[in-house]
Write a new protein. Structure first.
Length: 182
């Protein structure tokens, strides 16, 4: 799937904003035994021969049904980083984990369809804090999660944004210090 597919999918979801009935139907995509209710709304995007893709679109649609606060920037790691309070940021600086960081690490450890409930928990928490979600990127990343190669790349991207990894400048070597003194 391409970014264009995800763009078109999210634009389609945004076109339903304001229709309470459709938003309610989308939310059912998060309920295992009621997810088929979304098929009518999402049929143009669903490939019924690809259950993982169906589950991805039903999950993203369901999350959108709960929280239409969308953004075009950041990824899931950035979303989770925005949920950190000062106490948890200090814990992370000390090499410890807090609630959000533990849930984020749990999401990173997911294999296959395990990712859906783990992402759902954190996106629903973001709704509580009124943090916007990049649904296009989330859709694309979740679709890629089934490929071990793409999953590893996605994990690195999410981790970099969550921990706001910066490259550390190389320490001066004794040789360069000698040159500066001389």
């Amino acid at each position: 799937m391409s970014q264009t597919f995800a763009d078109d999918f999210v634009k389609y979801l945004q076109g339903m904003v304001g229709d309470r009935g459709k938003m309610a139907a989308l939310r059912k995509g998060l309920i295992e035994n009621q997810a088929q209710v979304t098929w009518l709304l999402l049929a143009r995007f669903l490939d019924f021969d690809r259950p993982y893709q169906m589950k991805t679109l039903q999950t993203v649609g369901g999350l959108f049904g709960h929280n239409q606060n969308n953004t075009n920037t950041g990824n899931f790691g950035n979303l989770c980083h925005q949920m950190l309070d000062e106490d948890e940021k200090q814990k992370i600086a000390r090499g410890e984990s807090g609630a959000i960081s533990r849930h984020f690490q749990y999401a990173l450890a997911a294999q296959g369809e395990e990712i859906f409930p783990r992402v759902r928990r954190l996106v629903m928490r973001a709704q509580k804090d009124e943090i916007p979600v990049n649904y296009v990127r989330l859709t694309d990343d979740l679709l890629g999660w089934q490929s071990s190669y793409r999953r590893d790349r996605i994990k690195l991207e999410w981790g970099k944004e969550f921990w706001k990894a910066k490259t550390v400048p190389e320490a001066k070597t004794e040789e360069s210090e000698v040159e500066e003194d001389g």
